[in-house]
Design a protein around this ligand. Structure first.
Ligand code: NAD
Ligand code: AHE
Ligand code: ZN
Length: 375
């Protein structure tokens, strides 16, 4: 049987820097190896705002943004075997095909199967499934969760335990998983000194995980003093506001001083290239490792003296925390259900779909960790 198009509401961003507009859209049925999902909840991540604002060099418009969703499988295309109608699922912006060079390498979670078309705002066959006012609308990150129905590739979705509340575990679609993986996929954090720059959902998740795996010092750094109580609640042992340092004192120099030569591990969760440099230069000579998580705007580049690397510091980065979504997300949902992984604590704001633009404003407010939109 051939599926029918569905007419539903989606938040369309018609151009860079424009607010989202909730419109009636037509969502075509899934083709072979595709899955159509009824999205029930979606988080708003800083990366959605980054692309909306026009700072993403890969940004395309008009587009349906959103990549932190949870929903139920409405229908599947020919050949789909890993999920069925009625399954509770989380769309994955980092696909996992298990067949490509990347997947088979055992060295990375990045999958090559659909990444090219995903970056072009298209489904793997090079076409789109969204139409609005007779116009094709781009997909985003292979997920487009700001729509009541979306179509994704089978390699870009995972079924999870139905007893988990989708309004919470949707955050495993990006923020919580990214932060968790950035820590647990690295050896040696137990017993080490860690500094985390930026205390949004990502940074808080990183410092919380570092604390849980047994880091000895967990230093949170944020320019917003309101983040101190959040950071301490999530496990930071210290909080530093770089703006409150004596004039001319650089955060990296201060950190090196108070840690007897620097941190074992640092993380950037701001997306600011100057902060990325400070995070690297806060690392201990000989062994410190700095991980870039933040996403920087088009045209931005990182720099440091090469001597920083010659003398044994390592600069690295991670996407989706190095997590293979189809293999690992079901386990993270179980961890959440057993109380081993925090998610509820991150949801500070709720919005109805019609108020999705307010959810973006919440994010800029400084007191919002994650806003979850009820579709
Ligand atoms: P957020 O805006 O909620 O948090 C950023 C925090 O950084 C805020 O608390 C802000 O006060 C703080 N900050 C800003 N400038 C600072 C400075 N100069 N020094 C110290 N702190 C500063 O964002 P988020 O949703 O937590 O995301 C953080 C970053 O991670 C974004 O760039 C986002 O795009 C990126 N991200 C990357 C991945 C990945 O897979 N690599 C996944 C999710 C998010
Ligand atoms: N499109 C941007 C880069 C955006 C980016 O780095 N995205 C992260 C996920 S952020 C989630 O909130 C990612 O997964 N990157 C790996 C990938 O394959 O996109 C640009 O600079 O062009
Ligand atoms: Zn994200």
């Amino acid at each position: 049987t051939v599926g029918k198009p569905i007419i539903c509401k989606a938040a369309v961003c018609w151009g860079a820097g424009q607010p989202l507009k909730v419109e009636e859209v037509e969502v075509a049925p899934p083709k072979a190896n595709e899955v159509r999902i009824k999205i029930l909840y979606t988080g708003i991540c800083h990366t959605d705002e980054y692309t909306r604002s026009g700072k993403d060099p890969e940004g395309l418009f008009p587009v349906i943004l959103g990549h932190e969703g949870g929903g139920v499988v409405e229908s599947v295309g020919e050949g789909v075997t890993s999920v069925s109608v009625g399954d509770h699922v989380i769309p994955l912006y980092t696909a996992e095909c298990r067949e490509c060079k990347f997947c088979k390498s055992g060295k990375t979670n990045l999958c090559g199967k659909v990444r090219t078309t995903q970056g072009q705002g298209l489904m793997p066959d090079g076409t789109h499934r969204f139409t609005c006012k007779g116009q094709p609308i781009h997909h985003f990150m292979g997920t487009s969760t700001f729509s009541q129905y979306t179509v994704v590739a089978e390699v870009s979705v995972v079924a999870v335990n139905k007893s988990a509340p989708l309004e919470k575990v949707c955050l495993l679609g990006c923020g919580i998983t990214t932060a968790w993986g950035a820590v647990v996929k690295q050896q040696g954090i137990k017993g080490s000194n860690v500094a985390v720059f930026g205390c949004g959902a990502i940074g808080l998740g990183v410092l919380s995980t570092a604390s849980i795996v047994g880091a000895s010092r967990v230093i949170a750094v944020d320019t917003n003093p309101g983040k101190e109580s959040w950071a301490r609640k999530m496990g930071a042992t210290e909080f530093i506001n770089p703006m409150a340092l004596p004039e001319g004192k650089r955060i990296q120099d201060h950190l090196v001083e108070i840690t007897d030569g620097g941190l074992d591990f640092t993380f950037d969760a701001t997306g600011n290239v100057h902060v990325m440099r400070a995070a690297l230069e806060s690392c201990h000579k000989g062994w410190g490792v700095s991980t870039v998580i933040g996403v920087a705007a088009a045209g931005q580049e990182i720099s440091t003296r090469p001597f920083q690397l010659v003398t044994g510091r390592t600069w690295r980065g991670t996407a989706f925390g190095g997590v293979k979504g189809r293999t690992e997300l079901p386990g993270l949902v179980e961890d959440y259900l057993q109380g081993k992984l925090k998610i509820d604590e991150y949801v500070t704001h709720h919005r109805k779909f019609a108020e999705i633009n307010d959810g973006f404003h919440d994010m800029h407010g400084g007191d919002c960790i994650r806003c979850v939109v009820d579709m």
